[in-house]
Design a protein around this ligand. Structure first.
Ligand SMILES: Cc1cc2nc3c(=O)[nH]c(=O)nc-3n(C[C@H](O)[C@H](O)[C@H](O)COP(=O)(O)O)c2cc1C
Length: 359
């Protein structure tokens, strides 16, 4: 029996199935960081297309923590109402919405990918130069050099995550996902390749994970107890001596103890020029280790394009949820098509207004 369309309950939230839309930057917000009609269409279409959970793009907790000047943000109360409209649209289509709370750290203030220029953008292009990181080392010569965060600065970042979580709740989001992957601020503190600090926020495993622990505690404090909290990690840096999958299993266990309900297992991004063995399901083994060894639910992501593959991951107990990115960009109705191809079409209904098209 297929299992991909079994519901799953995290705290008081029941998702109608195990298919989640992975967070994907759209670089389509205005400089005010507010959601636009593009976000309504982009996220609403995948909800109408049958996924159980829609996760927003990286949503900046501070203006200087945006990847590009066109990212979504939740650093200002004026950003709540436009996001609430998206949340309500998604829920009306039977899906739940999670907001990915993010801080780009030393990878902030870059051109959006389709701009003619590459790399860092300065104030003349809507960017900024006040970029922060664990140390003053830039990600690459093409990006801004960061200012190392001191303990007061770290406290501000922690508060910004908590304030953004409060705004996500005000926008009636069903869940939040803390972005601790892909070389952005929280991952850059985790990775020994980047975090060479000698204070309480660097050095040992406990030091390097301290910032993420602080953020999770602060968010869990303000995030309603009945709503789930997710964390996305880069399960490995793919570099000897970097963050490893053993580190991830240990961290995931600790996060579970802090009230995290699901660990979403991506990889890479701490340092440039790393060879990643990308192939179908190449990150599933990380989700499997978290699921089996850390006592917390996990999400698998990365080149999971076929319905049979996604279903096998859940059926074989390798992950609790499967996240899809590019497959859902290609086909907003991926989940409905998957239900048909797995022979569980009854588990999932097309929007009634589309009934004529599907018999
Ligand atoms: C256009 C695009 C934007 C992305 N933006 C984000 C993001 O905002 N946050 C994040 O954690 N991952 C982001 N990712 C990574 C995806 O969430 C996902 O992990 C990755 O695409 C691999 O899954 P896939 O093979 O199903 O696309 C992005 C990927 C794409 C293609």
């Amino acid at each position: 029996m297929p299992r991909l369309f079994d519901p799953i309950t995290l705290r008081d939230l029941t998702l109608r199935n195990r298919v989640a839309m992975a967070p994907m930057c759209q670089y389509s917000a205005g400089p005010d960081g507010r959601a636009t009609p593009w976000h309504l269409m982009h996220l609403g279409a995948r909800a109408a297309g049958g996924v159980g959970l829609v996760i927003t793009e990286a949503t900046a907790v501070e203006a200087r923590g945006r990847i590009s000047p066109n990212d979504l943000g939740l650093w200002d109360d004026a950003q709540i109402e436009p996001l609430q409209r998206v949340t309500e649209l998604v829920r009306a289509q039977g899906a739940a919405l999670a907001v990915q709370l993010a801080h780009a750290g030393r990878k902030a203030s870059t051109h959006r990918p389709w701009a003619s220029a590459r790399g860092a953008v300065g104030p003349e292009g809507g960017g900024w130069t006040d970029v922060v990181g664990p140390t003053d080392a830039p990600f690459s010569s093409a990006l801004h050099a960061p200012r190392p965060l001191d303990e007061a600065g770290i406290g501000e970042v922690v508060r910004a995550f908590a304030e953004a979580a409060r705004r996500a709740d005000a926008a009636t989001a069903d869940a939040v996902e803390i972005h601790a992957a892909h070389g952005y601020l929280l991952h850059s503190f985790l990775s020994p390749l980047v975090n060479t600090r000698s204070d309480a926020y660097g050095g040992t495993f406990d030091g390097r994970t301290r910032l993420l622990h602080d953020v999770v505690r602060a968010v869990r404090d303000v995030w309603p107890a009945h709503k789930p909290l997710l964390v996305r990690v880069s399960a490995t840096d793919w570099v000897p001596g970097g963050w490893s999958d053993d580190d991830t299993v240990r961290l995931a266990g600790e996060l579970a103890g802090l009230g995290v309900d699901l660990v979403d297992c991506s990889s890479g991004g701490a340092v440039p020029d790393v060879r990643v063995p990308v192939e179908p399901g190449y990150q599933v083994r990380f989700a499997e280790r978290v699921h089996r060894e850390a006592g917390v639910a996990s999400g698998a992501v990365g080149r999971i394009d076929a319905a049979s593959h996604a279903d096998a991951i859940v059926r074989d107990g390798r992950a609790d949820v499967v996240l899809l990115g590019k497959a859902l960009l290609r086909d907003p109705h991926w989940a409905l098509h998957a239900a048909e191809s797995l022979g569980v079409a009854n588990a999932q209904r097309w929007p009634v207004a589309y009934g004529w098209a599907v018999g």
